[in-house]
Design a protein around this ligand. Sequence first.
Ligand code: CO
Length: 150
Amino acid sequence: MKYLIKLGFITLAGALFSANASASCTATLEANDMMQFNQKTLSFSKDCKEISIELKHVGKLPAQTMGHNVVVVDTANIQAVATDGMSAGIDNQYVKQGDERVYGYSKVIGGGETTTLTFATDKLKAGGDYSFFCSFPGHWAIMKGKLEFK
Ligand code: CO
């Protein structure tokens, strides 16, 4: 009897551990009609082979006027990537095609829509200085945060 209880505990501990491990490779981010993200930092384990960020636009305005996306870059590259993205236009999700400074980006969505960005982490280094931002014209200065990979 004692043995069975112990076995049950180990199974439970294992289930909790794996739930935590997968949770740290995914995140949910909300954006609204006030040009705001609801998180300043997204944290992921350096053990994640892939990162997934679910972006929910909880506002009502359409993508043409209050579009949001999520773009992951080195923090130092936010402004330059945003400027090139503006020129690329909405048909390219406001990201320059083939931009090698971009680790991953989602499509631009409007109010009530949800999209998920999933990208491989092979180019990220543990402890690097990474950020996420929205590349819709004029949004990058406010709509940004740190992406921790450690
Ligand atoms: Co935006």
